[in-house]
Design a protein around this ligand. Structure first.
Ligand SMILES: [Zn+2]
Length: 324
């Protein structure tokens, strides 16, 4: 199974050390976050992750995008929201350099954007739009974010749209569906939608969104497991609890994967599976494993150890299934 991350990673910046870095710093062009990206990518590679992220180190999931879009002053909306220039492309190209430097294996990069409803719900509307739920604001955000996706799609192997706010019930799911469609249609690589929290009540609707993969929390939200019986999309299977600092055992993660497997067997997508070999093939097509959510708030050694546990557990799970 493909192993990936949801996105964010603990941020370890580096102050200027040598003379040249200090000179750059005087001119305001020393980039403290480059080290943070390098550290995040190296940790993911060392842990055995197949599709890595840039660690989303330059700010929280909203800051990263509003800082790069026209129409914002900090987290305040002061004008019509529009795309200005690629926001994450430079860091994605840097991630590719780090991969080439540290890994001989084939590794992919996940392009991540924060969804229009989540951004709209996290900013203060001061001008141009009526309020946070103004549909025009949501669609303008979607149009701008689509251009961001178009600017990075040649450099990544999949796109993930983060819309945690959809599980809170604050946003109309029909509006969200239309906004996501604007972003995802005519994109030439797979698009995932990450919604954390309990999605068991809104899952039927999420299943109709124009995305290829639904990515949810299963370690900390066991109610979500029922989704596996009905989904007709690929699933990003969050199997590591990112809300607690304690590191789960390999056994706990394997148990969760086995539980998922038993439920998936009832899914029509798995109905014709005969042998364990076919089962593994189908699992590889429909499931990718990742932690429940971003890891930004965890201590870095905890985040790294959790990724290692996830990779070991999924490899052991596959091996045991093959031998069964
Ligand atoms: Zn999340």
């Amino acid at each position: 199974m493909i192993k990936t991350v949801v996105g964010s990673y603990p941020v370890i910046t580096k102050e200027p050390e040598n003379l040249w870095e200090k000179v750059l710093d005087i001119f305001g062009i020393y980039d403290r976050y480059k080290y943070a990206i390098e550290r995040a990518v190296r940790d993911q590679l060392n842990a055995g992750i197949d599709i890595v992220s840039d660690g989303q180190v330059r700010g929280d999931m909203v800051e990263i995008f509003v800082n790069g879009l026209y129409g914002f002053e900090g987290k305040k909306v002061v004008g019509k929201v529009e795309f200005l220039e690629p926001i994450t492309l430079k860091d994605i190209k840097f991630v590719r350099k780090i991969i080439n430097k540290y890994s001989n294996e084939k590794k992919g990069i996940k392009g991540i954007i924060t969804g229009p409803c989540t951004i709209a719900g996290s900013v203060r509307v001061e001008d141009y739009y009526t309020d946070n739920r103004d549909e025009t604001l949501i669609y303008d955000l979607a149009n701008a974010l689509k251009k961001e996706v178009e600017s990075i799609q040649d450099y990544v192997c999949m796109i993930q749209i983060d819309e945690p706010i959809l599980s809170t019930g604050l946003y109309d799911l029909n509006t969200a569906r239309r906004a996501i469609k604007r972003i995802s249609e005519n994109i030439k690589i797979p698009v995932a939608l990450h919604v954390c929290g309990d999605v068991s009540d809104i899952f039927q609707e999420l299943n109709t969104f124009n995305v290829d993969i639904l990515d949810h929390e299963f370690a900390s939200n066991r109610k979500n497991l029922d989704i596996l019986e009905e989904t007709n999309k690929k699933i990003g299977f969050g199997c590591i609890n990112t809300k607690v600092k304690s590191i789960e055992s390999i056994e706990v993660v394997k148990d969760l994967l086995n539980e998922a497997l038993e439920i998936l067997r009832n899914n029509p997508l798995f109905s014709e599976v005969q042998s364990n070999e076919e089962l593994l093939k189908r699992l590889n097509e429909y499931l990718m494993v990742d932690p429940d959510c971003g890891m930004r708030l965890l201590p870095i050694d905890v985040a790294y150890d959790k990724l290692k546990v996830m990779v070991k557990a999924s490899e052991e799970f596959e091996r045991e299934l093959r031998e069964r």
